[in-house]
Design a binder for this molecule. Structure first.
Ligand SMILES: [Zn+2]
Length: 542
């Protein structure tokens, strides 16, 4: 009995003290180490940001960020002064190991010092500082009645995984550049560093390609049946106009890539092939096996049997032209080529595809898909880019240097890692943010599934079955937001939040330090930040 009482007292202590500490310092994702000091730094009209060299860009980002809610014009200077936020780049910094993204942050009543080996680390120190300030700091307009205080702390921090990503499907529904930038801001606030931009799918082509203008005058537009259920929308009839859709111009893409780069986010474009491309055949029917002219699908049809013809060399010439323009726009090391869910029935009956199988000595249509992907990989390699694809690219033999994004569970990722290929884990069970996050009756219509935030938090990208050596190939993980049932920016935020906070902690924080109860306490403060920044989010967490 005594021991039970002792345990109860201990639990009470923990539950009484921890939330208080959490309210004082509430950072998501949880840093590697935090110790609380005494006193408070006050951001005021006297504050300056001290920075030199490569730190200046981060300082200017911080200056612009602080101005929005505080109204203060905090000057950037290279002279040390009192009441300063000092951003310092230092080689061989202890506490951040070798990570370019690691940093230390120390705040007292006198100043705040953020140190890192690289600008990336400084940037993440600034993101932590953002969460040490009152939640009103997230307001897009000036808040005049707030004391801009930062508690005295010493923080040392670095990420667990190199790939901390999110995918947004902009084909099923098109989102304007302003929303893409909002998404990037929220990713950066959570120290996430990859934005996987799904630009091509059956329901719309979203990227301007100068050499093939019909992709954006025709393939980007569908008949508007948004008032009907996704899976019950009739195809476009003769005489009906395709008015729903949109695309990103090359200038807009450059703008997004530059904006992301300022936020330490690499934008990884996804150009689907050989399937999920029927919208292309509304403009260029000659690239499918049947040559049949299609209309852009206004909703769900499954399976879509029209895919690129793998026996037609003009298809590869077209794809190389498209990828050449894509590569010029995106500096990303990785180009995602999809590769998923190719229904190969047309390949079985297509004379060109069958002739390719014979001349290349392939066994079947799966090996024909592998031939397709390998041929594209060869092209990407010649441009010094890495091919990334969904785990179906394993079928029929993986291309030699391909990186696999494992979505149908962990198995594909495990197989790839064991054969020495790099892997990004995004299994549906833990990473599909289009699934319901609470009881169906209290949530807007979703595609199905059930992924509460507590389960996202349990995600571990490294399966137990991998050896230490094999697990080095797991680059990290990412959340995927498919948007069949998500027509607006507000709705997309609703599906992301608060689950994105859990994903960010999974990918950044040392798993030994993760604690769901503590995370939920910190989320309370996070909800205040959401309301200040106007983020729509689900309340179905408790
Ligand atoms: Zn064919």
């Amino acid at each position: 009995m005594k021991s039970i009482t002792t345990i109860l007292c201990f639990l009470l202590l923990v539950s009484c003290t921890k939330p208080e500490v959490a309210r004082e310092v509430s950072v998501i994702p949880l840093p590697d180490s935090i110790s609380l000091g005494e006193g408070t730094f006050i951001l005021s009209a006297k504050t300056v940001i001290v920075a030199e060299g490569k730190a200046v860009a981060v300082a200017e980002y911080l200056r612009d960020f602080l101005k929005k809610a505080t109204g203060l014009e905090v000057p950037v200077t290279d002279k040390r002064k009192k009441n300063a936020i000092i951003l310092s780049l230092e080689d061989g910094l202890s506490g951040s190991k070798n990570s370019k993204e690691g940093y230390t942050l120390s705040s007292t009543s006198k100043n705040i010092v953020i140190k890192a080996r690289a600008a990336e680390g400084l940037f993440y120190g600034v993101q932590t500082l953002r969460q040490l300030l009152p939640p009103e700091i997230e307001s897009p307009t000036v808040k005049s009645d707030v004391v801009w205080s930062v508690p005295a702390v010493t923080i040392s921090d670095q990420p667990q995984f190199a790939w901390r990503g999110m995918m947004l499907d902009c084909s099923r529904h098109f989102f304007p550049v302003s929303h893409i930038k909002n998404v990037l801001d929220q990713l950066a606030a959570r120290k996430m560093n990859r934005f996987h931009w799904h630009l091509v799918d059956d329901q719309g082509w979203r990227i301007e390609i100068k050499k093939y203008p019909l992709l954006t005058t025709t393939s980007a537009w569908r008949v508007d049946h948004e008032d009907q259920h996704w899976n019950e929308r009739p195809a476009q009839k003769p005489g009906e106009e395709a008015t729903y859709g949109g695309f990103y111009t090359q200038d807009e893409i450059r703008e997004v890539v530059a904006y992301a780069s300022m936020l330490n986010i690499e934008v990884v474009p996804e150009i689907e092939m050989p399937a999920h491309v029927s919208c292309v055949f509304a403009a260029y029917p000659q690239f499918s096996c049947s040559g049949k002219k299609m209309t852009v699908l206004p909703g769900g049809v499954w399976p879509v049997t029209e895919i690129y013809c793998a026996g037609n060399d003009e298809v590869f010439a077209f794809l190389e032209d498209v990828l050449t323009e894509v590569i010029e726009l995106f500096p990303s090391k990785y180009i995602h080529i999809g590769g998923d869910e190719a229904t190969k029935t047309n390949w079985e009956s297509c004379p060109k595809c069958q002739s390719r199988i014979k001349t290349e000595g392939l066994k079947n249509e799966e090996e024909l898909q592998s031939y397709f992907i390998k041929r594209i990989e060869k092209f990407l390699s010649s441009k010094d880019r890495n091919l990334l694809g969904w785990d179906e690219i394993l079928e029929g033999g993986l291309a030699p240097r391909a990186t696999v994004m494992s979505w149908r569970g962990f198995a594909g990722g495990i197989e790839a890692a064991r054969t020495g290929h790099d892997v990004v884990m995004s299994p549906t069970d833990f990473c599909y943010f289009d699934y319901y996050q609470g009881p169906k009756e209290s949530e807007p219509l979703a595609i199905g599934g059930y992924l509460p935030i507590s389960k996202v938090y349990r995600f571990n990208p490294i399966p137990d079955s991998l050896t230490m050596e094999e697990s080095k190939h797991i680059l990290g993980g990412q959340a995927n937001l498919w948007t069949e049932y998500i027509p607006t920016p507000e709705h997309s935020f609703y599906m992301m939040f608060p689950r994105l906070d859990a994903m960010a902690e999974v990918l950044w924080t040392n798993p030994e330090k993760k604690n769901y109860e503590d995370f939920v306490h910190r989320l309370d403060r996070q909800f205040e930040r959401y309301s200040n920044s106007g983020i729509n989010h689900s309340k179905n967490i408790y």
